[in-house]
Design a protein. Structure first.
Length: 289
């Protein structure tokens, strides 16, 4: 049985959220509705709804007109086992000494690499995206420069690949957090699969708002591979929870957004130390002075 998607864009967050709320009462009832900012620097928002029955084009056109949205694009989406599909399609990723792979590629692990087993699942961070790869390259580089972090936090951890990478090369206390309970479950499974259950703790938290995160601060290395908006909001708390001389590795940043992020973090005492561009994405290393 096919599914149907209906997607549109709007100029403001308020209008997008109002349209998304209105879609919740659509007939036929959608199986899911999403609303998020498009990370292309345009400032526009996308709203999407998903249906088991084909939605009425006329009603969608009226709703788009009411909320000032672009016309809905309705598409038929065939049922696919996406996790199985991704497992077949994803190739291992090498980032410095790190080798990120799925169990279907266990025979490809190079000798001498730091191997991290990450299965395709409903959480961000398999290593294939330029942001995750950039963070792994930054970690590999600072380690080669002689940095040895003893207390590491991975904020917005997704699969926890960055927390596990740090724990794999250093004898350090490591905590990973995510606001999404699905990501937390995935991260804990990955930690167990990589034999790091006693070395990497995973907690559900928004930013640093969690008792274990607060009690273990300050940190000498903090990863935050999220997006521009959350990174800007996180700046004061991240700076407060970082040791003097400590490093922050930030990603989820488009090249057009990097300067704004640097200026924001400089206002809280973090100076830029290195920048890595991979395609349209940037990874920043900042040091607290």
């Amino acid at each position: 049985m096919p599914f149907y998607s209906a997607l549109t864009t709007l100029a403001t967050r308020e209008a997008a959220e109002a349209l998304a709320e209105s879609l919740e009462g659509f007939d036929p009832e959608p199986t899911g509705v999403g609303c998020f900012e498009i990370e292309d620097g345009s400032g526009r928002y996308e709203v999407g709804a998903y249906f088991e029955e084909e939605p009425d084009d006329i009603v969608l056109a009226l709703m788009a007109a009411i909320y000032g949205a672009a016309p809905f694009a309705v598409s038929e989406v065939p049922q696919t086992d996406w996790v199985a599909h991704v497992k077949r399609e994803l190739q291992p990723v090498e980032a410095g000494r790190f080798f990120v792979y799925g169990s279907h590629d266990a025979d490809k692990v190079p000798e001498g690499s730091v191997a991290l087993l990450i299965e395709a699942a409903m959480a961000f961070g398999t290593g294939h995206h330029g942001t995750t790869k950039g963070c792994l390259l930054a970690l590999d580089r600072i380690d080669r420069e002689g940095v040895r972090a003893r207390n590491v936090a991975d904020i917005g951890c997704g699969t926890a690949v960055l927390a596990m990478a740090a724990a794999a090369i250093w004898d350090c206390a490591t905590i990973a957090s995510d606001i999404d309970p699905v990501a937390v479950d995935v991260a804990r499974s990955n930690v167990a699969a990589n034999g790091q259950a006693g070395r990497v703790e995973v907690v559900e938290a928004a930013g640093f708002d969690q008792s274990d995160l607060r009690s273990r601060a300050p940190y000498d290395l903090i990863f935050a591979n999220i997006l521009k908006g959350p990174l800007l909001a996180l700046a004061p708390d991240l700076a407060a929870n970082l040791t003097v001389g400590g490093r922050a590795i930030l990603s989820g940043i488009l090249t057009s957004q990097a300067d704004e992020l640097v200026q924001k973090y400089m206002s809280f005492g973090l100076a830029p130390a290195h920048r890595e561009d991979i395609g349209e994405w940037v990874t920043l290393e900042l040091v607290k002075s």
